[in-house]
Design a protein around this ligand. Structure first.
Ligand SMILES: Cc1ncc(C[n+]2csc(CCOP(=O)(O)OP(=O)(O)O)c2C)c(N)n1
Ligand SMILES: [Mg+2]
Length: 363
């Protein structure tokens, strides 16, 4: 026996999965998910909506009607599950790959298209400000989330913040600063790490040498776990559990949701140039939509006719949003001056006049 040493810290990270990739339940469903066909079908509808919204965005981009777009194919269960697990009053602080969460929380689809069409007005959600705009700079949303959670704590509000971030994003200093702050102040802050195995062309093994991303919280005193991010039951249950604990003052939490990016990083990328040969095929069967459909069909809750009807209904909804988006009138060019500064630098008066003159007196 060595009396000079004793263990002063240890940790374990657990992985949770309820619906496997064959669409079979592993053990029992937890809590509110049990015998809840209404909720399962709601999940399914949003997953399909997310996918058709996404496929349509890619088509719009390819035909010159949308800007660069980051697809979510294969990752829809994280966004949808997270959004449905949140309470209305909680605040969502997203990175850029979360249309599923926005849609379940009432953001309009045409607003999302407007933003990805290069028009910041799309971020001014008519439903209000409980969803922050998508954060394009990697990791910065972590600190926005920590600040909001601090305000909730100071105001003694029973609310929580959910920050989403990619696996690559967790390498940024902002992420470590945010989890450290959240741990010290025991903030109601949930981090959902979307581990899709890639950060553009950088694979996860070049991102960290740790066994999991969830354990990044341990050094900050923030507990965490891993879940199957393609299992919507796991996402919904575990995010809800973490939020409810945060509401009770139990502090921050990290959930690493394992998924796979089936598409390119964005429409400006070509993953076939760096993705190893059969990796995509190996992950195809993990599709979150397929597994929920298989599960519901086995329970006699789903069939071909229902599938066809749902796709037709959702397609019509997406088409209507596209029409609204395409009928947007252009924002005045002078907006770049009018909303940038409270008090303008002197030179801007002249420059604004130049812009108006360039547009023939109307801008
Ligand atoms: C501060 C900053 N650095 C670099 C980039 C360029 N960039 C855009 S996406 C990305 C990779 C992010 O990967 P990950 O966090 O895993 O999210 P994913 O796109 O895989 O969902 C990078 C480096 C950026 N947007 N912001
Ligand atoms: Mg990633």
């Amino acid at each position: 026996m060595n009396n000079n040493k004793k263990s002063v810290a240890s940790f374990e990270i657990f992985y949770y999965e309820y619906l496997n990739e064959k669409g079979e339940l592993i053990g029992e469903l937890p809590g509110a998910l049990q015998n809840n066909p209404e909720l399962w079908q709601k999940f399914y509808r949003y997953l399909v909506l997310n996918r058709i919204y996404d496929e349509t965005a890619i088509k719009l981009q390819r035909t010159g009607q949308l800007g660069t777009y980051p697809p979510t194919q294969g990752q829809e269960a994280i966004g949808v599950g997270m959004g449905m697990a949140m309470h209305e009053d909680d605040i969502f602080v997203p990175y850029y790959r979360e249309p599923g969460t926005h849609l379940t929380r009432g953001v309009k689809m045409e607003e999302l298209y407007t933003f990805w069409g290069g028009d910041e007005r799309g971020n001014n959600f008519t439903k209000g400000t409980r969803d922050l705009p998508d954060c394009i700079p990697i990791g910065t949303q972590s600190l926005h989330g920590a600040g909001i959670a601090m305000a909730m704590k100071l105001r003694k509000e029973k609310r929580a913040v959910v920050v989403s971030i990619g696996d690559g994003g967790t390498s940024q200093g902002n992420f470590y600063e945010a989890i450290n702050f959240a741990g010290v102040h025991q903030l109601p802050l949930i981090f959902v790490i979307n581990n899709n195995h890639w950060a553009i062309s950088v694979p996860t093994e070049l991102q960290t040498h740790a066994q999991t991303f969830a354990q990044k919280g341990i050094a900050a005193g923030v507990p965490g776990e891993q879940i199957d991010g393609n299992d919507i039951f796991a996402v919904y249950h575990h995010v809800r559990q973490a939020i409810d604990a945060a509401h009770q003052g139990k502090g921050p939490y990290i959930i690493e949701a394992i998924t796979y990016r089936m598409g390119d990083h964005t429409t400006a990328d070509d993953a076939s140039r760096y993705r190893p040969g059969n990796e995509l095929d190996e992950n195809k069967d993990k599709d979150p939509i397929k597994r929920l459909r298989t599960f519901m069909a086995a329970q006699n809750l789903w069939n071909e006719a229902k599938e066809k009807a749902l796709y037709a209904e959702v397609k019509a909804e997406v088409d209507a949003a596209v029409q609204k988006y395409l009928s947007n009138t252009a924002a005045p060019a002078t907006d770049i001056f009018d909303y940038m500064y409270d008090t303008w630098p002197e030179s801007y008066h002249e420059q604004r006049d130049e812009v108006i003159a360039y547009h023939g007196g109307e801008a």
